[in-house]
Design a protein around this ligand. Structure first.
Ligand code: HEM
Length: 396
């Protein structure tokens, strides 16, 4: 079956067995064009994706609806409205520096070793392989640990974040909004004390025995929340609320995307990709089979590109996964080649909202896949995919 004949929209492409011939056609024939059925502009080639992500006229949320109406006024709405991912402007840019600074200091070697250990523990429980727990649960539990939660609290936070992220898609239901609001309340209760503790702790290494289940480690004095607080203090940022929201954001940003990277790497291995350097494979899968296939922008002001004008209020769907395979920026783009040198990769976004968690995400995914491979576990080469609008995650 040719996937090119079955695609009716770039949103549907996310869950196809092979969306790439369709994307390639868009890159070649409609690099930046209005999609009538979608009611949105679609940016497909690398140049258009770069221009859209780099434009100040295009924002991450519609001006008229900064927070989805279904969660406005709830704890989920309050968290959403403070995420650097979901806000623009000078205040968001300043907070982004603090958030990115904390992630830049994350101990990725420790995170990888903990991800490996948790994966082995989950597998040792026996029975049917719980791929859900391995793909979604383990990365979230590691980020919870980096945030100072105990193992039990980390497990709870990993479950709650699964409910919280349901409020993000435009097609969320009332039940999902309600569950997200309850999850946000619970996540604040779990992470709030860890943040308060980080605020009360003077800078420097933690006292012996003071940290959470796995958190005492050389070279990692403070964990993510300690780094958030220290960065905020350096910046003279006095507001604790947004720090707590963005601590929840660490978990929500990890959740679907890292699960997709683990799953898509397993699919690449099942299709015969190999080589000794699994980390290089993971990084190439980021480009070749992007776990986040698209993102959106909303015009606050008019934006003109290549003769087309996006009017205020209109939406742009940004096809990161298509741009990754644009032959203008990556030679032989449809070949999975872990040896590539400096490929152009759009999977982590670009410009003001570029993902600050890329290193952590690839370390986590590499560690989980390494353990699965060592245990002789994997997936089929042609799985079905979850029916999601932007994350490409195989059903294992
Ligand atoms: C494979 C895994 C991941 C992928 C593919 C991914 C992808 C992305 C993308 C595309 C964006 C930008 C969205 C946009 O501009 O519309 C983003 C933003 C962000 N990501 Fe990631 N991400 C991953 C993992 C992580 C992890 C593990 C963390 C942190 C623990 C993280 C933290 C963030 C944050 C805080 C933002 C918001 C940045 C901003 O808006 O300024 N991400 N991510």
């Amino acid at each position: 079956m040719s996937s090119t004949t079955t695609v009716s929209s770039p949103v549907e492409a996310v869950r196809l067995a092979d969306p790439y011939p369709y994307y390639a056609r868009l890159v070649a024939e409609r690099p930046f064009a209005w999609d009538e059925a979608l009611g949105a502009w679609v940016a497909a080639d690398a140049a258009a994706v770069r221009a859209v992500l780099g434009s100040g006229a295009l924002r991450v949320r519609p001006v008229a609806e900064p927070v989805p109406a279904g969660i406005a006024g709830t704890a989920a709405g309050e968290v959403f409205g403070e995420l650097v991912r979901m806000t623009d402007g000078a205040r968001a840019a300043r907070l982004k520096q603090v958030v990115a600074g904390a992630l830049a200091r994350a101990d990725t070697a420790y995170a990888a070793s903990l991800a490996g250990r948790l994966t082995r523990e989950v597998l040792a429980e026996g029975g049917e392989v719980p791929y859900e727990e391995l793909m979604f649960g383990v990365p979230a539990r590691v980020v919870a640990d980096l945030s100072g939660l105990t193992e039990g609290a980390g497990r709870e936070a990993a479950r709650a974040i699964g409910d919280f992220v349901q409020c993000i898609p435009a097609a969320a239901t009332e039940d999902q909004y309600r569950a997200a609001a309850a999850a946000a309340t619970r996540l604040r209760a779990l992470l709030g004390p860890a943040l308060t503790e980080a605020q009360a702790t003077p800078l420097g290494p933690p006292a012996a025995g003071a940290a959470a289940a796995y958190s005492v480690r050389p070279g990692q004095a403070q964990g993510l929340l300690g780094e958030l607080v220290a960065g905020a203090e350096r910046d003279g940022w006095a507001h604790a609320g947004p720090l707590l929201s963005n601590a929840i954001g660490f978990l929500s940003q990890t959740y679907d995307a890292t699960a997709g990277l683990i799953g898509n790497t397993l699919v690449a291995l099942a299709r015969g990709a190999g080589g000794a350097d699994l980390d290089a494979l993971v990084r190439e899968v980021v480009r070749y089979d992007a776990p986040i296939q698209n993102t959106r922008r909303f015009a606050a002001e008019s934006f003109t590109y290549a003769g087309s004008t996006v009017e205020p209020g209109q939406q742009v769907l940004v096809l990161l996964a298509a741009a990754n395979r644009d032959p203008a920026v990556n030679p032989d783009p449809h070949t999975l080649s872990p040896e590539r040198v400096n490929p152009a990769v759009f999977t982590f976004g670009a410009a003001a909202h570029r993902c600050p968690g890329a290193e952590l995400a690839t370390a986590l995914a590499g560690a989980v896949v390494t353990e699965l491979r060592a245990a002789g576990l994997g997936t089929t080469a042609t799985p079905a995919y979850r029916p999601l609008a932007n994350a490409r995650i195989p059903l294992l």
